[in-house]
Design a protein around this ligand. Sequence first.
Ligand SMILES: Nc1ncnc2c1ncn2[C@@H]1O[C@H](COP(=O)(O)OP(=O)(O)OP(=O)(O)O)[C@@H](O)[C@H]1O
Ligand SMILES: [Mg+2]
Length: 171
Amino acid sequence: MRVVRLSNSDEVLDELPLLASESEFVIADGPGSQTETSRALLLCADLAVIPCKASMMEARALSKNTSFVRQAQAIRKGPPDAIAVLSMVGRGYRLTKDMREAAMSLHLSLAETPIILRQAIADAPGQAKFCGNMGFAAREAARDLDTLFRELFPKIGLETASEIRMANDGE
Ligand SMILES: Nc1ncnc2c1ncn2[C@@H]1O[C@H](COP(=O)(O)OP(=O)(O)OP(=O)(O)O)[C@@H](O)[C@H]1O
Ligand SMILES: [Mg+2]
């Protein structure tokens, strides 16, 4: 895995297509505060994953991000696909239901799998690790993230498996 820092919208628009042509997947983390960079990412992305906390403040942020997505979709006549993911939620259902309603009113799909507020996720950046490499204490967080990414990219495992089979058959 290669990590690259693109620090402004020009760098994103110039370099992201090159990175995409060299890689199987490019995952970009948009800076919440810098709107131009986020817009540039949306002009390149196949899929926009929009994390949102389950509070009304975040519902407003979701509405702003959604309007960026709609603008990019209008310019590009289709892409990117967009999906909201509930982030830092407790296990209570009330807030989750509010956000489901907020997402529905924005005509945005909402991932079934939320990211639950967990100590291991808060600890991961400080340890410079992924939850999947943090052992037993992080197992539930790692499982949540795995479930989420399987939901977001349902075909990846199958495609990879069939590609491997085809490659083996060709030998
Ligand atoms: N699911 C979670 N469980 C526990 N803590 C979390 C979770 N998600 C985020 N956090 C905490 O919140 C902090 C900020 O989260 P994160 O970096 O994802 O926010 P962000 O929206 O990307 O912020 P920025 O706009 O600065 O990029 C993290 O360092 C972590 O401590
Ligand atoms: Mg961030």
